[in-house]
Design a protein around this ligand. Structure first.
Ligand SMILES: Nc1nc(=O)c2c([nH]1)NC[C@@H]1CN(c3ccc(C(=O)N[C@@H](CCC(=O)O)C(=O)O)cc3)C=[N+]21
Length: 291
């Protein structure tokens, strides 16, 4: 049976480090959480982030705009938050309602306050191997691997999924950490032939139980980033990953869903906020304060 890789102890360690470093600053790091509309999952995630922020000594504020808010209203809010010296980090919860275009919205956040690491400047820094704020879920995956002492350098890593939020930035982080990286996706022919090559298999495809035991190299480390809500009881949504539970019989190590990567995402967001608060304004590219 695969070694389980629960997120809770790794997230606890990251949160403790964030709390310790937040406590050494002259003022508490400030995090602005921006949400548009009432998607129940987004409401729940933002509430969870605010609760954890308070636990580690961060000041957070939730800015909830109505579903029909025009783009100009959202951009005006971001302008106010950019100019507020007590706000060190800004997160716009995705997905936005369909009438809003995420690209100009993410681009309107100051790169040094972009704790989601999704501003084009931070994407460019990541791919260039330069310091910058890194996207929370991929950085959380790297922190989870480090916590459990799992090797990355020299490993043959396969990522399934090429999203802007997870697959793409994770490819850059693994490459920067000296893994040999393949990015597969929904249009990869014979996906199993590719995933079977992986010593480190990271799945962020958004399809429940896409990865079955026959697609996994025996002994591989498997990280399941998928969060799928399946309705197998009336009126109830249970969470399950992109990796079939039977993979535990083949893999060497496996993250659970829920309780795996999810808690790491939140912990990394708060660590990013501390990093943003630590960096003197204007030094974000040179100081090496951001990893
Ligand atoms: N701008 C932006 N940045 C994000 O980082 C971002 C986002 N938008 N939109 C949505 C996704 C999703 N996301 C998760 C955060 C925590 C859990 C988490 O804590 N999950 C728990 C279970 C939560 C539950 O029970 O629903 C777990 O896996 O154990 C999951 C998913 C951040 N995202």
């Amino acid at each position: 049976m695969a070694r389980p890789l629960p997120g809770a102890p790794a997230a606890q360690a990251l949160l403790a480090e964030a709390a310790r470093r937040a406590g050494r600053l002259a003022a508490p790091p400030g995090l602005a959480l921006v949400r548009v509309g009432d998607d129940p999952a987004s409401v729940a995630y933002v509430r969870g982030k605010a609760r954890k922020a308070a636990e580690v000594g961060l000041r957070s504020a939730v800015h909830a705009l109505p579903e029909a808010a025009p783009q100009a209203e959202l951009l005006a809010l971001l302008g106010t938050l950019n100019a507020d010296p007590a706000v060190h980090g800004i997160l716009v919860q995705l997905p936005l309602p369909p009438h809003l275009d995420p690209e100009p919205v993410l681009g309107a956040i100051l790169p040094e306050k972009d704790v989601d690491g999704l501003h084009p400047v931070n994407i460019g820094r990541l791919w260039a191997g330069q310091p910058g704020l890194r996207p929370c879920t991929p950085a959380g995956v790297m922190a989870l691997l480090a916590f459990y002492g799992l090797p990355v350098a020299g490993q043959r890593a396969v990522i399934v999924g090429r999203s802007a939020l997870v697959g793409r930035p994770l490819a850059a982080l693994l490459l920067n950490a000296n893994a040999t990286v393949t990015v597969a996706h929904s249009r990869t022919p014979d996906l199993g032939a590719v995933t079977r090559e992986a010593e480190l298999l990271i799945v962020a495809a958004g399809r429940a139980h896409l990865i079955t035991p026959d697609m996994v190299r025996p002994g591989a480390t498997v990280i399941d980033v998928g969060i799928n809500r399946v309705a197998d009881a009336p009126g109830q949504g249970r969470l399950t990953g992109d990796v079939h539970p039977d993979v535990a019989a083949v893999a060497g190590a496996l993250t659970p869903v829920p309780g795996g990567v999810g808690p790491m995402t939140v912990a990394q967001l708060l660590m990013n906020t501390v990093l943003a608060a630590e960096a003197p304004a204007g030094q974000e590219g040179r100081g090496g304060r951001f990893r």
